[in-house]
Ligand binder design. Structure first.
Ligand code: BGC
Length: 739
């Protein structure tokens, strides 16, 4: 359709029909089966049949045959035969599940995330979907918040690269192309900083922190052309984001130049009443339309109030027209007026879903996401030894994460399956050792339809498992302990006040190390955990996040050394929960503490170190890398010059491997204080044993930009410190001056 035809169509639509475009409903209103996760109320009674007949979009239903049938029936009755948009949460894969986003972030490889998003787009579009509620680009610093699992971490630069890469992966050149899908970055804005890590809680960010850290990745996703943006549940400067005019109009539309479709989060428009901002649903609808929110996801505020608001002159019909125009443009961009089923095709579903190529990518992505936190000469495994796998993730298929809604855990390769297949000649033993959750512990809100792994175990059952495990531990040479959080302990509405591995597993761990110290721990988690005890007592620790469909195979490839681990932490792992939020790019203080200082009045804890247990950017390899001091090709530059910072990196160990060199800069004095380090670039380098390479980063004046005291973006002359190292804790650096 041409633009004039879309405008003409809007003019020809009745007001009721136009309002319908701005309403999004649950799939089960159209098809009697729930497929997604309903995170708010979803009662059909609140919605009139006339509204349903002209609805613009649907969430939480997928499947080629189903969506073709819904679309066919719907369009017959829609007065202008306008097709529905089908949307779904495709967070880290559709049927083939990749590692959870925090794990993808640990790969330090946005191109890999782009490839994964491309595969997810192919699989999801074959199942009839048009929009994915992804990527989530919220910056996260507080491991208590359950949704850190959906983010790529604490760094605005890294998150920005991932945001753009994923948008490009989903949408390609044009989301209307076959196998492509429209992206929707979320949650705009600041949702990643709920006070005390409690989901949906108030967000308190200074304008500077909000803009410099939190808005950066959204901006990159918008620049990459995301077709949609989703609002967030929190308030921004005291006004709920979903009705925040300054945020949506001034910042999102005007400053960031977003001209696509803005959708509310689930029920978020109505929730502005509970926030104490909108007095009633009518006011909530008026506020949201005024802020420029085009689609109301499941709060019925638009469907039940917009007509009245226009009739009483509280909203101008042109405001509605603007929203509808944006929605119809998106439908047009997706080619739905010509091909209302787009790529929905049962044949393609069968061909694509979980096909060997997709599984292979899931395996590679998982391998690259694992972070080796400790290795006391025990890995890679000596396969000639007697190896026992002891821990509740040994045979567990639930390793997809709580946001893999369309994935089927039964398609997952377990550790045991992979080990038996890959090590047919080794002497292997397997036992679960404990349940995942401590007996008596129930995950609130998940009582119904709890999976087997989440059922409540009795003390006796747990004791029996433990006794068996200890016997086995005594006989083995090497023990691999797959431990960690339950997959429902992270995700939405899964904030935690403790960052521990469930106590029943820690008891198992203690008993096993007591009888046999040759223990390698695999940590499954959707967030940084407090790993002090595990790190102290185990000989090796490998963080594997929620690794996805090929989790077991990827784990075995890394344990056996077929693949050398190379992941780096995208979020600091705290020493203890008392440090949270702890992140590398903090400001200095007037009384900075230097390790081992005897001074009393310094910015420090008296009972724990200031440093996290494992900092941002940290991760080991089976081999050793030596990195030379930084060499700068000049000591001074002017604004239009560039500077080359280089190091020589050498693989001095016994295995081929990949190291991620990270470039950090500090602006020493400026009109506002600057972080002690900021990531400005990174490079993954693959080296064989004995191989060396010179790696050069080009520093430009643009890389030194920040939000200056006068509110403008730019650099300021002065001295800058430069580091190139293999984590944010890298020591020595060099300096240059910008004139
Ligand atoms: C979440 C969103 C999600 C939406 C639809 C909300 O509760 O915050 O991230 O896209 O539900 O499932």
């Amino acid at each position: 359709m041409r633009e004039e035809q879309i405008t003409a169509l809007v003019q020809d639509m009745t007001l009721a029909e136009k309002i319908g475009q701005m309403v999004q409903l649950e799939g089960n209103f159209f098809y009697k089966e729930q497929q997604g996760v309903v995170t708010g109320p979803a009662s059909e009674e609140e919605i009139a049949d006339e509204v349903k007949a002209v609805t613009g979009s649907v969430l939480n239903v997928y499947g080629a045959e189903k969506l073709i049938a819904i679309q066919r029936e719907f369009m017959k009755k829609q007065p202008h035969h306008i097709p529905l948009l089908f949307m779904f949460d495709v967070i880290h894969g559709f049927k083939t599940i990749f590692p959870a986003p925090l794990g993808l972030g640990a790969a330090f490889e946005p191109e890999l995330a782009k490839e994964c998003a491309g595969v997810a787009a192919k699989e999801a579009s074959a199942s009839g979907l048009h929009v994915v509620f992804s990527p989530m680009v919220d910056l996260v610093r507080d491991a208590r918040w359950g949704r850190v699992v959906e983010s790529t971490g604490e760094d605005p630069y890294l998150n920005g690269l991932y945001a753009a890469a994923q948008v490009e992966g989903f949408q390609g050149e044009n989301p209307g192309e076959e196998g492509k899908i429209c992206a929707c970055i979320k949650h705009f804005a600041g949702y990643g900083a709920p006070v005390a890590g409690r989901d949906y809680n108030t967000v308190e960010l200074s304008e500077r922190t909000f803009r410099e850290y939190y808005l950066a990745a959204y901006q990159k996703g918008i620049a990459a052309g995301t077709g949609m943006v989703m609002t967030s549940f929190n308030t921004v400067n005291g006004i709920p984001a979903s009705v925040n005019r300054r945020l949506m109009q001034d910042i999102l539309r005007n400053e960031m130049g977003f001209d696509g479709v803005l959708i509310s989060d689930y029920e978020a428009i109505r929730e502005t009443i509970s926030h104490g901002y909108s007095e009633n649903e009518e006011k909530a609808a008026q506020n949201a339309v005024t802020a420029g929110v085009d689609i109301d996801m499941m709060s019925y505020c638009y469907s039940n109030n917009l007509m009245k608001l226009v009739k009483t002159g509280k909203i101008r019909e042109e405001q509605i027209d603007e929203c509808v125009l944006r929605i119809l443009r998106l439908k047009n961009k997706l080619g739905l007026f010509e091909k209302p089923y787009k790529d929905a095709d049962p044949e393609q579903e069968r061909k694509l879903h979980l096909c060997e190529d997709h599984r292979k990518l899931a395996r590679t992505a998982a391998e690259k996401s694992f972070v080796l936190l400790k290795n006391d000469k025990i890995l890679p495994l000596d396969t000639a030894k007697k190896i026992a796998f002891i821990g509740p993730y040994t045979e567990e298929k639930h390793m997809l994460s709580s946001w893999a809604l369309s994935g089927d855990y039964r398609d997952t390769v377990t550790i045991r399956e992979a080990a038996e297949k890959m090590m047919p000649d080794s002497e292997l033993y397997f036992c679960n050792g404990s349940p995942i959750l401590t007996p008596g512990y129930r995950l609130p809100g998940f009582e119904k339809n709890a999976p087997e792994s989440q059922r409540c175990w009795s003390q006796e059952e747990a004791k029996e498992l433990l006794d068996k495990a200890v016997q086995l531990a005594k006989q083995a040479d090497t023990i691999i302990m797959p431990l960690g959080e339950h997959f429902l302990q992270s995700g939405e509405a899964a904030s935690r006040s403790e960052l521990d591995i469930p106590e029943v597993q820690m008891e198992l761990f203690r008993e096993v190390v007591r009888v046999n110290p040759n223990v390698i721990v695999l940590v499954f988690s959707g967030r940084p955990l407090d790993l002090r005890e595990v790190s102290e007592k185990a000989k090796a620790v490998l963080e594997v996040w929620f690794p996805g469909s090929e989790g077991g195979a990827a784990i075995m490839n890394v344990l056996t050394g077929a693949v050398n681990p190379s992941g780096k932490l995208p979020m600091s792992f705290p020493y203890s929960i008392g440090q949270v939020p702890v992140y590398y790019n903090e400001y200095s203080t007037g009384r900075p503490y230097y390790t081992n200082s005897k001074e009393r009045f310094q910015s420090r804890y008296i009972d724990i170190p200031n440093e996290p247990l494992y900092p941002f950017g940290y991760g080991l390899s089976y081999t050793k890398f030596q990195i030379s001091p930084v060499h700068l090709d000049k000591k001074t530059i002017t604004g239009d010059e560039t500077l080359c910072a280089s190091v020589t990196i050498e693989n001095t160990g016994d295995y081929a491997g990949t190291e991620t060199l990270q470039l950090y800069i500090r602006d020493l004095y400026a009109s506002v204080v600057r972080p002690v380090k900021e990531l400005k670039g990174f490079r993954k380098v693959y080296l064989s044993p004995g191989e060396k390479q010179v790696v050069t980063f080009t520093i430009t004046e643009k890389m030194l930009h920040f939000l200056r005291a006068d509110g403008t973006w730019g650099s300021e002359p002065g001295t800058f410190h430069v580091w190139i190292g293999n984590s944010s804790a890298c020591g020595e650096g060099s300096e240059f001056v910008l004139y």
